[in-house]
Write a protein that binds this ligand. Structure first.
Ligand code: SF4
Ligand code: SF4
Ligand code: SF4
Length: 149
């Protein structure tokens, strides 16, 4: 996704924003900067890129606060993410087996109809951690169905 954003930046690395275009793209992805903070992008010549970028960022605005971007088409329903998620495992015995579709326990992730879904993003520890945020579900997913941004 960062690469996709970078494609629509001027890619001049002029550093007027105080960094390279690639670093700027990462901050756009995280939501910490906006396209308006790239002076070069405001030039008329970049009108098309501005529009494309606005579309991409609007789609990301719907992303979960915890940073999860889940692609259900890539999810095999293997349940590995449920097992490695410490919150899930601690609160739901069925999650420790990669299961739990009918469990009523409060969990971050749940497998429903063979696909993972965010059951309650507010329980994800990423929302509480300032640094070294947990990335276990992303790191252990064999199909890259979970991307954390
Ligand atoms: S100001 Fe814009 S063009 Fe210049 S480095 Fe930053 S993002 Fe790239
Ligand atoms: S980021 Fe960590 S705490 Fe959040 S759902 Fe993934 S494994 Fe669980
Ligand atoms: S998101 Fe990944 S780890 Fe989780 S169930 Fe789907 S394929 Fe398995």
């Amino acid at each position: 996704m960062k690469q996709k954003i970078l494609e629509h930046l001027p890619k001049t690395d002029c550093q007027m924003c105080g960094m390279t275009c690639a670093d700027f793209a990462a901050f756009l992805l995280s939501g910490d900067l906006t396209p308006q903070e790239c002076p070069v992008l405001q030039e008329d010549a970049y009108a098309t890129q501005r529009e494309a970028l606005a579309e991409i960022l609007a789609s990301l605005a719907a992303r979960a606060k915890s940073g999860h971007l889940i692609d259900p088409d890539k999810c095999s329903g293997c349940g590995i993410c449920l097992i490695v998620c410490e919150y899930n495992a601690a609160n739901d015995p069925e999650s420790r087996q990669g299961k739990g579709p009918y469990s009523t326990a409060k969990v971050v992730l749940r497998i429903v109809n063979g696909r993972v879904m965010l059951a309650d993003e507010t329980l994800c520890t990423r929302l509480l951690q300032a640094a070294d945020k947990c990335t276990k579900c992303q790191d252990h997913c064999p199909t890259q169905a979970i991307v954390l941004v």
